[in-house]
Design a protein around this ligand. Sequence first.
Ligand code: PMP
Length: 305
Amino acid sequence: MADRDGVIWYDGKLVPWRDATTHVLTHTLHYGMGVFEGVRAYKAEQGTAIFRLDEHTKRLFNSAHILGMKLPFDAATLSEAQRMVVRENKLESGYLRPMAFFGSEAMGISAKNLSVHVIVAAWPWGTYLGKEALENGIRVKTSSFTRHHSNVTMCKAKANGNYMNSILAHKEAEMDGYDEALLLDVDGFVSEGSGENIFIVRDGKLYTPDPSSALVGLTRDTIIQLAEEIGLTVIEKRITRDEVYIADEAFFTGTAAEVTPIRELDNRTIGSGSRGPVTERLQSMYFDCVHGRAANHLDWLTPVA
Ligand code: PMP
């Protein structure tokens, strides 16, 4: 990732990609205390646009607030930085990674008086789990790693350190031959994937876990709104893994994963074992929104030009 052409927005300046470096004693590298976002820009009918930019920026600020980290830029500047990196890297579509981290002034658990730095990078990134996955669904395994308790690392913060849990879970699932992991919360109820929220469909209704131990995903929020628009009932509740086994359909949502059908959990086929009709409808509505084909949701798109 480091050795490529392009520019990265780094503390207010556009820096050549290869020069966007930081010291090895940067505090966040040692302790994981940092916050970030995952955002996508799509080639829309109206030109390249960032999907739900303001909400992603807002979540970055919320994450920082939860961690007690004061960002040295305002939201307008960071939103503009995101538009700028897409433009300056001449991307028609891609993935954006804003991140805030502590500087290298001091080591130790106390993060007092440390400088806060912000970068925004953007690069081309196609489907996260593969095009095949979007059409035919993925095979998922319940993880042996439990999702963070909300009093452990603060689940509403998209915090760097939280992702050690995700990486352990994903790696385990991958090594066992699955595409993705499903993490349960400390009480054994379904929480989320390593980087996605989960939905199930049963008897025409949509269910999703109450997000007390999960990140409140913007794709999750998008899907809830779209489902309600087509008259589907959406219920937030505790969900058990065996409820997923007997669901008619299940799918993951996330900026990277978009709307990915789950065809199997723990070697139990879900529904027909392929993308179900409700998933397909919501997925297609989602792609209409991000590509600027949904007239009633153009406000979710921020053009980069
Ligand atoms: N949960 C986790 C742990 C994630 O990393 C992500 C990706 N940001 C999500 C859920 C989905 O969030 P969003 O739809 O906002 O990308």
